[in-house]
Write a protein that binds this ligand. Sequence first.
Ligand SMILES: CC(C)(COP(=O)(O)OP(=O)(O)OC[C@H]1O[C@@H](n2cnc3c(N)ncnc32)[C@H](O)[C@@H]1OP(=O)(O)O)[C@@H](O)C(=O)NCCC(=O)NCCS
Length: 159
Amino acid sequence: MLSLTGPQVDYLRPLKTHDIPKVLTIERQMYSYPWSEGIFKDCLKIGYSNWAFIKDGQFVGYVILSVAVGEAHILNICLDPAYQGKGLGRQFLKEVLIIAKKKNANSVFLEVRPSNTAAVQLYKTAGFKKIGKRKNYYPAADGKEDALVLSLDLTSDSA
Ligand SMILES: CC(C)(COP(=O)(O)OP(=O)(O)OC[C@H]1O[C@@H](n2cnc3c(N)ncnc32)[C@H](O)[C@@H]1OP(=O)(O)O)[C@@H](O)C(=O)NCCC(=O)NCCS
């Protein structure tokens, strides 16, 4: 397990099948177009790097990370709304980047909705740079929304 601020207080542990009901509760609260149970089960089966965020012993979020041939992709990162806006997303993201480095990733990629101001701000201040845009990538109430494609170089000193 990866300790953040002290032993067994805030940490990441591997995500397990028994976590899926809690994952789905958070996922459905946070996204208008949530991933299905089947997608999460597949992520566990495929063997992505899947982690649970634990705060004071409580399951408060998760990350689905794919790492291959020197590239990491954050496919989903999500925190329980009751725990958002308190710096936890930033703390957990730092640990996710450490995991990616340990798995020999040189860079991290992700897609984010431009309208997701909290996430965009989090990634920007963590050093991610915009490298592109995917047109009409996300479903949206009024049609489709583009995705910003962001990347972080893990080989630079600041990462
Ligand atoms: C994105 C997410 C992981 C961020 O976690 P968090 O704990 O809420 O964020 P933090 O408290 O660590 O704050 C990170 C930055 O975002 C900013 N921020 C947080 N909430 C914000 C909001 N509602 N509006 C604007 N900025 C916000 C903070 O100011 C902080 O930036 P700063 O340090 O420059 O001030 C979390 O909000 C979340 O799970 N959202 C739903 C799922 C999601 O959108 N995931 C990302 C998909 S790409």
